[in-house]
Design a protein around this ligand. Structure first.
Ligand SMILES: Nc1ncnc2c1ncn2[C@@H]1O[C@H](COP(=O)(O)OP(=O)(O)O)[C@@H](O)[C@H]1O
Ligand SMILES: [Mg+2]
Length: 355
């Protein structure tokens, strides 16, 4: 089902954890919700689930106003990062739990409950483990049980709050591919909260980045990666270097040297005077020291080559280090050892008001 969040706020005392936020999630979409700790992601999910209620605004689920419906009336599946399974219940009993506590009128018959539990065990690839207790499972297996338990009520919306956050990297990678497949097979709208950008970019149709209770940017992973919309987004996506720049009559200078206009992207609201420029790691060109096209002088401090790319740490002086990323072949053709001087030319500088 589709979800419509319409100017929703949730305040704790005077502090707005969710601040006049609007968001539409299409039926069947898999949306990743990203943002720093404390930006309001969990609060937003709890409002959608009916575990908490907004102070202002409306929440529509499948076109129906759900703002005042209880959690039980919303048919929403929820998996938390540390959603402890019931330790004294077997895997089967855990998966059955959501159906068991349904109001009698909607609760499936015993035979259907049993059949559904068996189907879900197969879906989450835990056939044969139904009689185990949670303590006899690995972390990844436990989160799959939590997911099966959430799916047992046949939810139309699935909310996952950092479900793989506590697992190690290799298990997470397997589980997110599997989740993507599962989502594609089920008629469910999914919101997936994660700290991990790579995870969001890999799994989601669309990503939404929250900051201080609001949406900072929303778009497909490709759109967001190609064009971060705000200074916050450059900081959040990581790998970008921040520079103080100067704007005069629309021309931008970095360290006293004018930047070529084609390399500059001026955002709305930038006035003459001091401003902030961001250059992402792959947007630096490295040049032999003293090359006339160079705009910054640096020294190589450290290099990591991985697959086809080289990630180079560069010292700019005054203890400042920045990061550049370039094709391995381009790096090798420069033949630079750690400590060697090198020239830098930003090929794209996104300029924002100072701050
Ligand atoms: N029940 C609550 N009482 C008071 N403050 C809360 C409560 N729940 C969340 N907050 C505050 O709201 C903000 C957003 O929290 P949360 O939604 O958990 O963020 P996130 O999930 O993005 O880390 C935080 O500053 C948090 O301290
Ligand atoms: Mg949270």
């Amino acid at each position: 089902m589709s979800i419509l969040i319409d100017h929703v706020s949730r305040r704790f005392e005077t502090f707005a954890a969710v601040n006049d936020l609007s968001l539409e999630v299409a039926e069947g979409e898999l949306l990743a919700l990203l943002g720093p700790s404390g930006s309001g992601k969990t609060t937003l999910l709890r409002l959608i689930a009916g575990l908490d209620f907004p102070d202002a605004g409306r929440i529509l689920i499948g076109g129906r106003d759900a703002t005042h419906l209880s959690a039980g009336e919303r048919r929403i599946g929820f998996v938390f990062q540390h959603y402890a399974l019931f330790r004294h219940m077997t895997v089967r009993q855990n998966i059955d739990f959501g159906m068991r506590v349904m109001p009698a009128a909607r609760r499936p018959a015993m035979a259907e409950r049993r059949a559904r539990v068996e189907r879900l065990l197969a879906t989450v690839q835990l056939d044969g483990l139904g009689d185990r207790f949670p303590a006899q499972l690995s972390g990844g297996q436990r989160q799959r049980v939590a997911l099966a338990r959430a799916l047992a009520i046949e939810p139309c919306v699935l909310l996952l709050d950092e479900p793989f956050g506590a697992l190690d990297a290799a298990v997470r990678r397997d589980l997110r591919r599997w989740l993507r497949q599962l989502h594609d097979e089920l008629p469910v709208t999914t919101i997936f909260v994660t700290h991990d950008q790579e995870e969001a970019l890999e799994v989601a149709d669309r990503i939404v980045v929250m900051n201080a209770g609001r949406i900072e940017q929303s778009g497909t992973p490709v759109e967001v990666e190609a064009a971060p919309a705000t200074a916050f987004m450059y900081g959040f996506l990581g790998g970008a270097s921040r520079f103080d720049v100067t704007v005069a009559a629309g021309r931008v200078s970095l360290a006293g040297r004018p930047l070529p206009p084609e390399a500059v992207e001026l955002t709305a609201g930038v006035a003459d005077g001091p401003a902030t420029g961001f250059v992402r790691a792959h947007e630096f060109r490295l040049l032999p020291a003293g090359d006339p096209a160079s705009l910054l002088d640096a020294r190589v401090s450290h290099v990591v080559t991985h697959g086809g790319t080289a990630r180079v740490e560069l010292a700019l002086g005054a203890g400042r280090t920045i990061e550049a990323e370039l094709p391995r072949a381009a790096w090798e053709s420069l033949a630079l050892a750690p400590g060697a001087p090198v020239g830098l030319r930003p090929e794209r500088v996104a300029v924002f008001p100072p701050g």
